[in-house]
Design a binder for this molecule. Structure first.
Ligand code: LMR
Ligand code: MN
Length: 398
């Protein structure tokens, strides 16, 4: 109290006490109304004259935190800008604004502010990694993206050693043919315990789960259910083919949108996503969706999908890792021409019509279609067998 009184007026002390109490009470009572009042009081403090740096910074920090919590990112931007105006010589407040922009998908705005920051502070590690990340992930600019991310990571500044940056830095290097640099990045990620191994680089993991690139049907514990797909594979194939040949716009295969393709054509039609049936698509694939609906580890898999996947000749899918180690990925070969191949970890395999294979797509995998006609498979994601029922219900969807 004494120190606060010394460098700010009595009114500020009272306002600050009021804001903190409202904030605490809002948390205890889970009351949005009280939280709104707390936020308004924080803003009130920030607008006063003669606020000490200590009080100003603590108030702004908590205010932004609570606004983000309420999803009021636009309002938070206002507070960031007040901080930048008050402390124009500290790049931290500009970087915080960039993060708020990125959190809300306002990538061009984030890019702008990062660019300005780097003009003034060219070796600011936090701005460097984030700028490189934006170039790589939003503009597919792997050359400059990798340069900036690498420079940022090399500063060792707080906030620069992050799994997402290493993930995209390695990928950017691979895409410009700098494979040994990519290897080094992945090894660093393993050393820093950000990746489970150099091949298994998923970011949403449950630690104890058995990890292997390829699984036999027996190992999955779901052999019985998977065999059902093999038994009825021709019906599944015909459903996939008939959707492929229909001209309906509403239920049609969609281009892969994650920028995983080096070249070619690769489209998918989702039947289940995040544990929810896509009913409009299942109407056109009743047998396939029936099989999935009779397979709890598949239809309840909120960290995956079930989908038809079609790939045209002359397609190459860059090496990539799925987001989570909580699922395994079963493929049922439906139309399989020669010249198609899937590498998972160190081992390449090809599909076989009417046969299922299972791999863990959190391991690096890569696909080639160098054949002369289209390839069609059914992909069914299933919960990792070692996850408990509680985990299957409680893990956030992906
Ligand atoms: C993948 O899961 O990335 C690919 O194997 C999908 C596909 O259609 O081959
Ligand atoms: Mn994949």
């Amino acid at each position: 109290m004494k120190s606060l009184l010394a460098d700010s007026s009595e009114e500020l002390v009272l306002l600050s006490l009021q804001a903190r109490s409202l904030d605490k009470l809002a948390e205890q009572k889970r009351s949005n109304k009280l939280l709104e009042d707390a936020i308004a009081t924080y803003l009130n403090i920030l607008q006063k004259n003669n606020v000490s740096d200590d009080l100003y910074l603590k108030t702004a920090d908590r205010c932004i935190n609570r606004m983000r919590f309420r999803g009021q990112h636009g309002q938070a931007v206002g507070v960031h800008k007040m901080l930048i105006t008050r402390y124009p010589e500290n790049p931290k407040y500009r970087n915080d604004l960039a993060v708020t922009y990125l959190m809300t998908g306002k990538v061009p705005l984030a890019k702008n502010i990062l660019e300005e920051t780097l003009k003034k502070w060219p070796s600011n590690g936090f701005a460097l990694v984030h700028y490189g990340f934006v170039l790589k992930t939003s503009e597919n600019n792997n050359k400059d993206g990798s340069r900036y991310m690498q420079e940022g990571i090399d500063t060792n500044e707080p906030g620069t050693m992050d799994a997402r940056f290493l993930f995209h830095l390695g990928d950017a290097y691979n895409r410009i043919g700098q494979h040994s640099r990519a290897e080094k990045v992945y090894e660093l990620g393993v050393k820093e315990k950000l990746f489970r191994s150099k091949y298994q680089r998923s970011l949403y993991n449950v630690d104890r789960l058995t990890a292997r690139p390829w699984w036999t049907l027996q190992q999955t514990t779901y052999a019985k259910e998977l065999k059902m797909f093999e038994e009825r594979w021709k019906e599944v194939r015909d459903e996939g083919l008939s959707i492929l040949q229909s001209h309906s716009k509403r239920s049609s295969f969609k281009d892969e949108v994650e920028n995983l393709r080096d070249k070619g054509v690769w489209k998918q039609l989702e039947l289940y996503a995040r544990g929810q049936q896509i009913t409009s698509n299942c109407k056109n694939a009743p047998v396939t969706c029936l099989l999935i609906s009779q397979f709890p580890a598949a239809h309840s898999c909120r960290r995956g999908q079930a989908k038809f996947s079609v790939m045209h000749p002359n397609t190459h899918v860059w090496p990539h890792c799925g987001p989570t180690n909580c699922r395994l990925r079963a493929h049922l070969g439906l139309v399989v021409p020669p010249g198609t191949e899937l590498r998972v970890g160190d081992e390449k395999r090809s599909w076989e019509e009417g046969k299922v294979f299972v791999f863990d797509d959190s391991f690096e995998h890569e696909v080639w279609h160098n054949g002369t006609s289209m390839r069609l498979v059914l992909i069914v994601d299933i919960w990792h067998p070692e996850l408990t029922d509680h985990e299957r219900r409680a893990l956030p969807a992906i």
